[in-house]
Design a protein around this ligand. Structure first.
Ligand code: ATP
Ligand code: MG
Length: 880
């Protein structure tokens, strides 16, 4: 066995299958495209579904890839087993209806054991097969594998519900009893059992059945091969590492973490080693996930990311790391993976910024969480219990990212335990919610045999031709049947050539009509999609009889197309303008080009400011005013990349690509239709900027006629405002509004003054009313004032005038009531203080209050009781 670096191992796998006629597929984005059933790409085959379910037929049926994968269901295994990561690379070879078991098995064996390739000792390799799969068993035996190295196992059947399924074979590497975690005679000690000795390195799936919705398994017309080998595992064997983590894929990250920690070292003790491994694993996972456009948030992918970052931070805490640190590992990850994934270092700044922000934010949450935890603990203690509830532990876990063990530890420090079963119940509920949110696991549609079998050549001629009367009708599909002719109704048509654009790259399909040679309309085209073999498939409504092999005139709706192409070119300009203004890390995250508007999604952590939007708009419009000719260049992918063309990472491009060039401003790979000159766009206007979820912003914009209409509407609104304000010109509106505002303010001030005067006037009337109650002079009234402040003003006047011994005022304020009592020296000396008096009468207004001897006030909820309060006061004075 040769010593090799991980980069060499990856390359050797790809080279081996290349030598067997396979095309290398680049690693697709971790974020699934057009597949709502998957949160993350979790295997090589997950990115190739469209080939396996027959939606698209690959140029070469033999494919090989090293595919980035994330499996969050292995998260608890990370650091505890030798072989699991959340992020790993899956090496795989694939046959789409081409070779089957014989070649797949022979090549796997050759790659693993040939001295020219990996050169493993055959004695160390063990195989499992499905018990009924005699073919696979025989083929393995033919490679020279001894019978005692092949195990039959019922589990070796790959089936994920409706769709392709079949038996599989797994390959194990024997790491020797000295590396085992179970005893030699343990019942789990066999290839495929729960043990550390027999390491599963490769799974080869023989996809030969179609699992039907009614539960039957029928032979698939096209038998497929799909395999998966974990790069980290194979490298651990080649580099003779005890676990995946002691390989060149992880050690530099672990070393960097040691440096940051300064307290702890790897291999000091087992608990710390787990922390080091979790950090190394999560650093890779979050770096790659963010590199592919995911952003931490509270739901879906973003939530996974958030949890990974939090787990890493908490594990950093175990190593004595108190500051944000995970982001510092991004360049280390980038360097390790540079040869195959240069995009990490290219986006390093952005990825670091996202991680750092999240780490810092978590530091805040963490202290909130600790506070909550301490409160919960205090409460449990106070109640005399010794158990922290499962709900509390779960809330800490779910909201603050506290791992269960951390809560248990903290509780133990206070002599408490945690209700484990209660926690598990909450966890289960959460999982159920997640399952329901994810919906059905199955998206592989059934192979559409009819469409797949159609191999007719069909050419798209619509880049500069809008109508052609030379189109021969080659296929008519009606009700899922191929027919020779059709009188009416819905149908799908393929012609030898067509000017109709099929929906692609966010650009909607053309609409239009089909005429016969006499100029009569025979069908209306409502939609156009790509058939599995690439032809443009016209979804039509047939109006008059049509027949195979006849000549027809295909006419697209030119106005529709013109609008679409203006919006498409404007989208390219917008894409570049965004990068210019927001920075080169801004990724496109989705795009829609309609005739009436365009919509563009892109990654950005922050809202785009109004100022930036104005800047973006200006840049796009400047390119329009420059009247730049739009060039399209047909070339190969390599040259296009050399030219610096922007390509979406995850889009699969053929060998021949089309590059759309707008002078030096924009260069993008694109198959869409564009204007000949930017001047045709006329005008560009952003109509909205919003968020579509975590880290993704959406801009909608309009061009030409729609942009003009947009401005017209704005002007109409201004005109109506102008009329209402009665100003001569629109430009006078701001002045007028300012003036009106000033007037309004002045009027309000005046009103306030008048109200104060009114209160004073009424007050003077009140103060003149003095009653003799027993031996006391009393001034008492219910006043129309609105608040306590005004009541106090009256009390001030009363004090200055000195006309009576006691003042009692009431006021109604909506549903509330206020009371005020004041007393002079004579009353106070006799023990009649404002404070005692108000305490006695306040209950009448359902309130309470108090104050000093001289002045006391109360608020209550029962204004109807004011009169009674006054009566009660009189009674009290009489008795005093
Ligand atoms: P295991 O039982 O060890 O978890 P699996 O049966 O889940 O493996 P498959 O789904 O068959 O694995 O995936 C194919 C290959 O991908 C495995 O043979 C292994 O080499 C690799 N692999 C799977 N899961 C992981 C993981 N979490 N980390 C690293 N490699 C993995
Ligand atoms: Mg697994």
């Amino acid at each position: 066995m040769k010593k090799m670096s991980s980069a060499e191992v990856r390359q050797m796998f790809l080279d081996f299958f290349k030598s067997k006629g396979h095309t290398i597929e680049p690693s697709a984005s971790l974020i699934p495209k057009n597949d709502p059933t998957l949160l993350w790409i979790n295997s090589g085959v997950a990115t190739l579904k469209k080939y396996f379910d027959g939606e698209v037929i690959p140029k070469n049926p033999r494919l090989v890839s090293a595919q980035k994968s994330i499996r969050t269901n292995d998260i608890e295994n990370v650091g505890r087993t030798a072989r699991h990561q959340t992020f790993f690379e899956m090496l795989g070879n694939f046959s789409v209806g081409d070779y089957f078991k014989k070649e797949a098995i022979a090549w796997a064996w050759e790659l693993l054991t040939s001295p020219d390739w990996f050169g493993f000792d055959p004695e160390k390799l063990f195989i499992t097969v499905y018990p009924k799969d005699d073919d696979a068993y025989e083929i393995w035996r033919q490679q020279g594998i001894k019978a005692d190295h092949i195990f039959k196992n019922e589990d070796n059947f790959w089936d994920i519900g409706v769709g392709p399924s079949g038996p599989d074979s797994e390959i194990f590497y024997d790491r020797g009893q000295e590396n085992n975690d179970v005893a030699e005679n343990d019942p789990e000690n066999y290839p495929g059992g729960e043990n550390a000795r027999y390491l599963e390195i490769w799974n080869i799936v023989f996809s030969q059945f179609n699992h039907l919705p009614d539960g039957r398994f029928v032979d698939q017309p096209h038998k497929n091969i799909d395999t998966g080998m974990g790069l980290e595992r194979i490298v651990s064997i080649i580099q003779d590492a005890p676990t995946n983590f002691e390989t060149d894929l992880f050690l530099p990250i672990i070393r960097a973490t040691e440096k940051i920690s300064q307290q702890k070292n790897y291999n000091d003790n087992q608990a710390d080693d787990v922390a080091f491994k979790i950090i190394a694993d999560h650093a890779r996972a979050v770096t790659f996930a963010i590199g592919d456009g995911a952003i931490p948030s509270n739901e879906g992918r973003g939530y996974v990311l958030r949890r990974l970052i939090r787990r890493a931070v908490l594990n950093g805490g175990k190593l004595g790391i108190r500051q944000a640190f995970l982001y510092k590992l991004v360049p280390v990850v980038g360097k390790i993976m540079q040869s195959y994934y240069p995009e990490i270092l290219e986006q390093q700044d952005f990825i670091q910024k996202v991680i750092r922000t999240e780490e810092e934010r978590f530091a805040d949450t963490l202290s909130d969480g600790l506070e909550l935890l301490n409160q919960e603990i205090a409460q449990v203690k106070k109640s005399g219990s010794s158990v922290l509830s499962g709900q509390a532990a779960f809330r800490l876990f779910d909201t603050y990212g506290f791992p269960y063990e951390l809560t248990v530890e903290s509780a133990q420090e206070h002599g408490l335990s945690v209700d484990k079963a209660g926690f598990a119940t909450e966890m289960e509920k959460q999982k159920e919610r997640a399952r329901q949110a994810q919906g059905h696991q199955q998206s592989m549609s059934m192979q559409n045999q009819l469409l797949m079998s159609i191999k007719t050549a069909s050419q798209f001629i619509g880049y500069d031709c809008y109508s052609s009367d030379q189109c021969i009708l080659k296929n008519i599909i009606s009700d899922n049947q191929a027919v020779d002719q059709l009188d009416s109704g819905a149908a799908q048509l393929i012609f030898d050539q067509t000017p109709f654009y099929a929906e692609m790259g966010g650009q909607v399909a053309d609409v239009g009509i089909i005429k016969d040679t006499n100029g009569n309309v025979v069908a209306e085209v409502e939609d156009v999609q790509h058939a599995p073999n690439g032809q443009n498939l016209h979804f039509v409504n047939v109006k008059a009889p049509i027949k195979l092999n006849e000549r027809y005139c295909l006419e697209i709706d030119v106005t529709f197309r013109q609008k679409v192409r203006r919006n498409h070119t404007a989208t390219h300009l917008l894409d570049q303008a965004l990068r210019n203004v927001l920075g080169p890390h801004t990724h496109q995250a989705g795009s829609l080009v309609e005739p009436d508007y365009l919509r563009f999604d892109f990654t950005s952590l922050e809202k785009v400011t109004d100022q930036q939007l104005a800047q973006i708009e200006q840049i796009v419009n400047e390119q329009i005013w420059k009247e730049i000719p739009v060039q399209t260049i047909e070339t190969d992918l390599e040259s296009a990349k050399k030219m610096g063309a922007i390509a979406l990472f995850d889009n699969k491009y053929g060998d021949q690509v089309r590059v759309v060039k707008i002078s030096d401003f924009s260069l993008e790979l694109c198959g869409g239709t564009h204007v000949a000159n930017t001047a045709e766009i006329g005008l560009f206007k952003i109509t909205n900027e919003t968020s579509t979820g975590a880290g993704v912003r959406r801009i909608t914009a309009v061009t030409s006629q729609e942009a003009w209409q947009y401005y017209e509407q704005q002007v109409a609104i201004l005109n109506s405002v102008q009329n209402q304000l009665k100003v001569a010109q629109v430009k006078d509106i701001p002045n007028k509004v300012e003036q009106l505002n000033a007037e309004l303010k002045a009027t309000q001030k005046q009103l306030e003054n008048l109200q104060t005067q009114l209160v004073q006037k009424q007050a003077s009337g009140i103060l003149d009313q003095v009653e003799q109650i027993g031996s006391w002079q009393l001034t008492a009234a219910i006043t129309p004032v609105k608040n306590m402040k005004e009541l106090r003003q009256i009390a001030d006047d009363w004090k200055n005038q000195g006309k009576s011994d006691i003042l009692i005022l009431g006021a109604k304020n909506g549903a509330k009531a206020n009371l005020l009592v004041a007393a002079n020296q004579k009353a106070i000396a006799a023990g009649l203080t404002a404070g005692t008096l108000i305490k006695q009468i306040a209950p009448e207004i359902d309130g309470g209050g108090g104050g000093r001897d001289q002045l006391a006030q109360a608020g209550g909820k029962n204004p109807a009781g004011l009169q009674a309060a006054l009566q009660l006061a009189k009674k009290l004075l009489q008795e005093a």
